[in-house]
Write a protein that binds this ligand. Sequence first.
Ligand SMILES: Nc1ncnc2c1ncn2[C@@H]1O[C@H](COP(=O)(O)OP(=O)(O)OP(=O)(O)O)[C@@H](O)[C@H]1O
Ligand SMILES: [Mg+2]
Length: 528
Amino acid sequence: MSVPILILKEGTEETKEKEARMQNINAIMAITETVRSTLGPKGMNKMLVDSLGDITITNDGAEILKNLDIENVAANMMVNIAKAIDDEIGDGTTSAVIFSAALLSNALELIEQDIHPKPITHGYKLANDKALAILKDIAEQISEEDDEVLKNIAKTAMNSKDVVGMKDFFADLALKAIKNISDKDGKTFTKVGNVKIVKAPGKSLHDSELINGVYVQKEKVSSSMPDKIKDAKIAVIRKKLDVVKTEFDAQIRIQSPADIQKFLDQEDKMLLDSLKIFKDLGVNMVVNSQDISDKFGAYLAREGIAAIKNLGDEDIKSVIKAVGANRVDDIKNLSQQDLGHAQLVKFEKLDKDEYTQFLGCKNPKSVTIVLKGGLDKILSTAEITLHDVLSVISKAMDTKSVVAGGGAVYLELAKRLKEYSNQISGKEQLAVSAFAVALEEIPKTLINNAGLDEIEKITELRAAHKSDADKWIGIDTINTSIGNNYTKGIVEPAALINHVIKSGTELANLILRVDRIISAKSSKPGID
Ligand SMILES: Nc1ncnc2c1ncn2[C@@H]1O[C@H](COP(=O)(O)OP(=O)(O)OP(=O)(O)O)[C@@H](O)[C@H]1O
Ligand SMILES: [Mg+2]
């Protein structure tokens, strides 16, 4: 009689093969349903209520997924993919989730026909590589001077966000901001992080403005320092401006009151030496990533020099880029070339916080958009939207490759992939076809969310993609019309579609390769 060998601890649950896949795929489908209805201009909003009762209303896929409290591991993987897309490209999270779920649901159908997951994942990988190659091939090339297209990219990203009446204004603001921080040869990558967004009180969002400089949430070291510094010569340093304390215990033998004075004078001398260096160079503003003592603050104030201290890394980087300074560790090495410049440095309270503003910087590589408006909620929504808009514009400027939205690009890719599947033999062919069908899920969802007839419109769209010249035919769900979306200005960076496809496929294949779920017995008290 054979004795059963126990490998897993008692209470461990094990789910195998088909059932394991079904469980994972069903969890992902369920999560997808929470964001599906938000896709596109006619998408709906979700009201998120957190455990404290705070309400956020949004249709941003990443924002919704971030706020779901999910236990299922597969569903959590999907949320993480969405977050990664949001970090990398700032837009397209909902699309990636919908596409990935469609790949999985189509795979499930194939599995039910007794096709092993291996040829399916292999077929999906082939289709993914082909789709990305086609995408590169059909995309339109633009230059960084193509302001019209770049603005349309911004407006397309805003079509699906609640910023009615602000699209043109925000598109202009965002484009100017990105142009200011990008190198003129357009070769270096534009970092969206170099555009700071600051929220300030004002009458309406239309009062928002682009500042050639940066705002740092810091107040001046001493109230007796000037409130404003015109024609600022700025030293950016990393040096504790305080009396240097010895690292070890030292005994100082003081034998007379004169010795005390000598000791204090010595301390003062170190500070006065630094002060002299600033004065000799004509520095009138000091920015320090370390501390400045009250005493030194008073010395600086007496000379009419303003200062801010203990700036974080991000703030220091922004200031350096805006004013064109070099950060110096040893003040003795500070020279004219290290100093930055701003037409005006101003200390001011905005809303509830104190800000130091570096204004009128020449050729700043870091700028600020000051969002103004009355209501907190409106400002926060505008901030999330502006982040998406800045991201898509910078991606388009860096990659200079754009495609038409409103489902056009997905329909064209689907069509070409179906043709490609004929060249593939075996079960992989079925997987490549299933991949093509999954791409159509984006236009189908856009149609459904607009309350239009899915079968009627998708058939019309497929039929319209006859020759290469029809590649940009898509649907405009704002005006409910089918036509060339590229000329209509519904455009997106090709890099965004590339990301949606790549991450969607990666997640689907990852899930399909799982054939066993082994869950340890819960160790939470009270749960068996
Ligand atoms: N006028 C329009 N008509 C039809 N579709 C449009 C129009 N404008 C934009 N779209 C499409 O809407 C889709 C984007 O919708 P949405 O912004 O809701 O989702 P996402 O970008 O995938 O995710 P998220 O913005 O939540 O990260 C894109 O496919 C885009 O082409
Ligand atoms: Mg979007």
